[in-house]
Design a binder for this molecule. Structure first.
Ligand code: SAH
Length: 345
């Protein structure tokens, strides 16, 4: 594997079959070789800094029925909520005073959040805090809608592609959702001018290294500014409740590979990674990630935004969440910075 890993480091590109071989040969030794190279290149670009994004989970109401997701429409046990404009602004106020300069508004596909409602919220935050970047993660919308939100001031959009294999996509989603539309959305976001993030779950049901190799090739070709990956974790009220979770080792292995594919990419060490392992987020950073996303949502709703079982950080106040992550990053020799955290070109 040494030749393949060195080729990846040198050329930032492999063939799909080479990616697959690299995944088939996951070993402690290869993981170390990859993470050493990934950390080296990440330090050349971002030194030992880690960017923070304040996450505001605006609604768990969703019209979609993604089979893996705890807030899917047909989950009758999900206690639904939606934040008001005032609540969202309060989260941003608190985040701003804690030093955050990027807010991520994430939520289910909740019909309440029309373009008008979102434009009003985006404009208000941008007017109050012009030095902040706004990231949206609100699922699939039309080109026109994405454009209106961009023109109102949204800077970035996160839309995980979930899997780059159409047949696999169809095993994870109901018939009403389409792989082609998801991909179309990503292209539209890019065309409009957003900084775009894609991503996938590691160890999602029916995923093999064949699908993962396609994900890696897709990331190489699409060249996103951001890429969110985290382990799949089953949720007790979904049809995938008895499926196995993804692993820490494989997620870290993939983080290192993605860093080598695109050295300047913004790569979060996710809450899901922190959920499957007490030091998961630290280990993600040590594998090549450079972003963390502490939760800014009101504590009263945190437990309700449950995409998967046992999600961490649902009890603390925002300041505690930030402090905790700061200490965790320091424990592995990294330092949190609270600017907009744009990609270094
Ligand atoms: N509705 C938005 C935001 C989705 S939630 C959208 O469609 O983009 C953000 C991400 O959480 C999803 O893209 C998915 O990859 C991840 N997720 C959902 N259920 C999960 C689970 N059971 N385990 C791990 N990650 C999950």
């Amino acid at each position: 594997m040494k030749e393949i890993i060195e080729k990846l480091e040198r050329e930032h590109s492999l063939s799909v079959s080479e990616y697959e071989r690299l995944l088939d040969n996951m070993s402690k030794e290869n993981a170390e070789m990859l993470s050493e190279k990934a950390v080296k290149v990440r330090k050349q670009i971002y030194s030992n800094t880690v960017f923070v994004r304040g996450l505001i989970e605006i609604s768990n109401i969703c019209k979609n029925d993604c089979i893996y997701c705890g807030i899917r429409a047909s989950n009758k046990h999900c206690d639904r909520y939606r934040l008001s404009k005032e609540q969202i602004i309060e989260c941003a106020d608190e985040g701003y005073s804690l030093g955050f300069r990027t807010f991520v508004m994430q939520g289910g596909e909740d019909g309440y959040f029309t373009d008008e409602v979102l434009v009003d919220i985006i404009t208000t935050i941008k007017k109050k805090y012009p030095d902040c970047a706004i990231t949206l993660s609100l699922g699939e919308r039309s080109y026109e809608s994405y454009k209106r939100l961009y023109d109102a001031g949204a800077d970035r959009y996160l839309l995980r592609h979930e899997t780059a294999d159409k047949a696999h996509y169809e095993k994870l989603h109901p018939n009403s959702m389409s792989f082609d539309n998801r991909m179309e959305c990503l292209k539209n976001l890019r065309e409009i001018g957003y900084q775009v993030g894609c991503g996938f779950m590691v160890g999602s049901p029916y995923q093999t290294n064949k699908e993962l190799a396609k994900d890696l090739k897709f990331i190489e070709e699409f060249s996103p500014d951001m890429c969110g990956i985290g382990p799949f974790i089953p949720h007790k009220d979904t049809p995938f409740k008895d499926k196995e979770a993804g692993t820490l080792e494989k997620t870290c292995y993939l983080l290192s590979i993605i860093r080598l594919i695109k050295p300047n990419i913004l790569l979060p060490s996710t809450t899901a990674l922190g959920t499957i392992d007490a030091r998961g987020r630290e280990k993600g950073i040590e594998a090549g990630a450079n972003v963390v996303m502490p939760n800014l949502s009101p504590v009263s709703v945190r437990k309700k935004y449950e995409l998967y079982d046992n999600k961490i950080c649902t009890g603390e106040e925002s300041a505690q969440c930030k402090g905790c992550l700061e200490k965790r990053m320091e424990s592995v020799g990294y330092r949190i910075v609270t600017d907009r955290g744009d990609i270094k070109k």
